[in-house]
Ligand binder design. Structure first.
Ligand code: FPP
Length: 245
């Protein structure tokens, strides 16, 4: 069988966002459109994640944050939650060695308590194995919610006896799960939804937002390239005025 040639995509004239965050949405609709069960959409989503990680390495993105499972996702039918947990475990079993060889450093954003102990163990092993890798930081938001993250940070700051006059934005950032990492430059949401859905609500305050109608399993390397080009057409002002105004 002939291998499909990868289309050359040149980003030389462009600025590549240092940190890209993705709300991987539309797996269920992707499956329904094909008359398949929702879990088939999640499986296709997991395969696509591999393509996007490869593309991030190719495009020299330094940090990729993905919304894998929100604190609200526990409310889905039990069979779907179980299916998703199986996919996460299988991806760790099957992909970890390759990710490690590729230089991917895994971080977890969220709360592991309440997760099946075997899966917790797999996640901890993956974090430990990849902790010194530097090619791409892959933050996996898993059992994650933005408000819960801020609440968790507030509790820790109180426990550390931080006084009100010591408190700064930088300090709050240093108590979040993303501590030490720059904020996302670009937040992509697939499937045409226009919501932030409790994702990185502190960190994405000044991120550029890129909604795309593509369902997550269809959002590939070329679509990521388009998103980076679109990012280059934005004028980031961080609350200031445009230079030419
Ligand atoms: C949203 O689609 C997707 C999710 C809630 C789960 C994301 C999980 C994956 C992409 C699987 C792979 C991830 C890892 C970390 C291995 P949806 O179900 O909300 O789609 P819908 O809005 O069309 O119903």
């Amino acid at each position: 069988m002939a291998l499909r040639q990868k289309k050359p995509l040149d980003l030389t004239p462009y600025k590549v966002p240092v940190h890209i965050a993705i709300i991987m949405d539309g797996n269920g609709r992707w499956a329904r459109r094909r008359g398949l069960p929702r879990i088939a959409g999640h499986r296709a989503g997991a395969e696509n994640l591999r393509r996007i990680i490869n593309a991030c390495v190719e495009f020299e993105v330094q940090i990729l944050t993905i919304y894998a499972f929100s604190t609200e996702n526990w409310g889905r039918p039990e069979s779907e939650v179980r299916g998703l947990m199986k996919i996460f475990a299988r991806v760790l079993d099957q992909e970890l060695d390759d990710l490690h060889k590729q230089g991917v450093c895994l971080h977890h954003l969220g709360d592991l308590t309440g997760i099946d102990p075997t899966l917790q163990e797999k996640v901890r092993n993956a974090l430990k194995l990849t902790k010194n890798n530097t090619r791409l930081i892959l933050n996996v938001a898993f059992n994650y919610g933005g408000r819960a993250e801020i609440l968790h940070a507030m509790r820790k700051m109180l426990a550390d006896n931080i006084s009100p006059d010591e408190l700064t934005e930088e300090m709050v950032s240093s108590y979040l799960f993303t501590r030490g990492l720059p904020d996302p430059d670009l937040v992509i949401r697939t499937s045409g939804e226009l919501r932030i859905s409790n994702f990185l609500i502190w960190q994405a305050a000044y991120a550029e937002y890129y909604p795309t109608p593509a369902y997550w399993p269809d959002f590939g390397r070329e679509e990521l390239y388009e998103a980076i080009i679109a990012f280059n057409q934005r004028h980031r002002r961080f609350g200031l005025v445009a230079e030419d105004s």
